[in-house]
Design a protein around this ligand. Structure first.
Ligand code: ATP
Ligand code: MG
Length: 447
């Protein structure tokens, strides 16, 4: 009780929790047993503890277990330095960026092991807006807790004792469904504006309310996000889009006035009624897959996010007199070129995206052998799912997508009967051409 009281006092305004004793919450109170952890994370903690170091499962995993969600991964915090961690595990390597962490491999699992971080000194290097550029000092566990963003994220689970070490009243906040910032929210957002996005994403994902003290400043501080490097924003956006709660996240981002400038393409798309409907449907679809544990393909996701950009560009080129299919290919390249740097889209993903787009016009041909050829395309399934979304969003006639749904299911004769009569023009032109086979080829009738 006394410990809890102390922790509550110190998690208050001044946030001088650095030297206070934390609450140590027993399993009888929090209910998380060690067998709810991944075996890898348990073994890493045991390994470090057997060498005399402190080691805890920390952050998102503890929070998710308390809320009743399945953690994505298990991060470990320790007082051992990266070199010392590395010496404890044969299959491990130090990953050096701003702050060195160690990846420890156990079976198929990779754990991120982080040494406790220390308090930022007043001399910490920042940019002109107050964003912290380097934070690579080690510290105590209490300092490490104070450096984390939200109270719900500053919980340390010790598998040996099954206790939770709670410096900032995080367990109680989770019970009260509140996402509370550690320390003074404005200061913490200035140090790292990405915390505003994390607040929205975590609240949406976990069904928590952002504490008003942390929520109110977001609107006025939103523009600080402009100074965050694009790669970091992109990582955060990808987390958001693949969280299983992307629709909720985006809805809340807009409510908080945070959606501008995050992904430049989203600004444009969400402002076109047709584009918004399409993107929201695509994201709802992605959420559904994530929550059912099905794999999602970044190619499909980006193909949907960028489709209305392609449509717009395609239209412009056709109006300038370019032929229909070459115009589509040019539009695809132009849209991808513009986004490539900002979005860090790899070549492989770009290839997937293009295939999905390039197959779209081919759904319009429902006569002769073409529908059969289309069914054989390796990316048919993704392209068909894409077509269905286009129909559901009102961009194309639902009848076309329905036809393809039925055509796939139909067999033999039944399938053949579904074919539409070939137009005479089609035949004549095709006879003149040499075999247009690959998905990249351009049937003359379309051009
Ligand atoms: P997710 O469910 O997305 O993994 P998470 O909270 O675990 O959510 P991570 O990016 O994996 O997010 O970060 C792990 C932990 O590191 C967080 O729980 C938090 O304690 C700390 N952390 C992450 N990002 C920040 C930040 N920007 N500022 C302060 N602490 C952070
Ligand atoms: Mg995590």
């Amino acid at each position: 009780m006394i410990r809890k009281f102390i922790s509550r006092v110190f998690s208050g305004k001044n946030n001088k929790a650095v030297d206070s004793a934390p609450a140590v919450i027993p399993v009888a109170t929090h209910g998380i047993t060690r067998n709810q952890l991944s075996s890898g994370s348990r073994r890493v903690c045991e390994g470090l503890q057997s060498q005399g170091y402190k080691a805890f499962v920390v952050g998102g995993a503890v929070r998710d277990l308390l809320i009743g969600q399945t953690p994505k991964d298990f991060d470990i915090a320790t007082d051992a330095t990266p070199e010392q961690v590395k010496q404890c595990f044969r299959r491990s390597r130090i990953i050096g960026r701003r702050f060195q962490i160690v990846h420890v491999m156990m079976g198929a699992e990779t754990m991120e092991v982080t040494t406790f971080r220390g308090t930022l000194g007043d001399d910490a290097k920042t940019d002109e807006h107050g964003r912290v550029l380097h934070d690579n000092v080690f510290g105590t566990q209490a300092e490490d807790a104070a450096r984390r963003d939200f109270t719900a994220n500053a919980l340390y689970y010790d598998p040996a004792t099954e206790t939770i070490i709670d410096y900032h009243h995080g367990v109680a906040d989770i019970k009260q469904k509140t996402l509370r910032m550690i320390g003074e929210p404005k200061k913490r957002y200035r140090e790292d504006p990405v915390r505003m996005l994390r607040a929205v994403r975590l609240a949406a994902k976990l069904g928590l309310i952002i504490d008003p003290a942390a929520r109110t400043p977001i609107r006025e501080m939103a523009e600080l996000l402009e100074n965050v490097p694009a790669a970091r924003l992109f990582d955060e956006m990808l987390k958001l889009l693949t969280s299983g709660y992307s629709v909720r996240c985006l809805t809340q981002l807009r409510q908080e006035g945070l959606h501008h400038g995050l992904l430049p393409l989203l600004d444009v798309i969400l402002e076109q009624p047709m584009g918004e409907r399409f993107v929201m449907l695509a994201l709802a679809n992605t959420d559904d897959r994530v929550l059912k544990g099905k794999p999602i393909s970044p190619g499909f996701l980006f193909a949907t996010l960028l489709w209305h950009e392609v449509l717009g560009q395609w239209e412009k080129l056709k109006n300038k007199g370019e032929l229909r299919i070459p115009a589509l290919y040019t539009a695809m390249d132009e849209v991808l070129d513009v986004q490539a740097e900002k979005l860090a889209i790899t070549r492989r993903i770009a290839g997937d995206i293009k295939e999905i787009w390039a197959l779209q016009p081919r759904f319009e041909y429902r006569a002769g052998k073409r529908p059969y050829n289309l069914l054989e395309q390796p990316r048919f399934r993704a392209a068909y799912d894409f077509l269905v979304l286009r129909a559901e969003s009102g961009e194309i006639e639902p009848e076309l997508a329905d036809w393809w749904t039925r055509f796939q299911k139909a067999e033999g004769e039944e399938r053949a009967e579904m074919l539409l009569p070939e137009k005479s023009g089609d035949k004549k032109r095709r006879r003149r051409r040499k075999k247009p086979q690959s998905s990249e080829s351009v049937p003359a009738a379309q051009a």
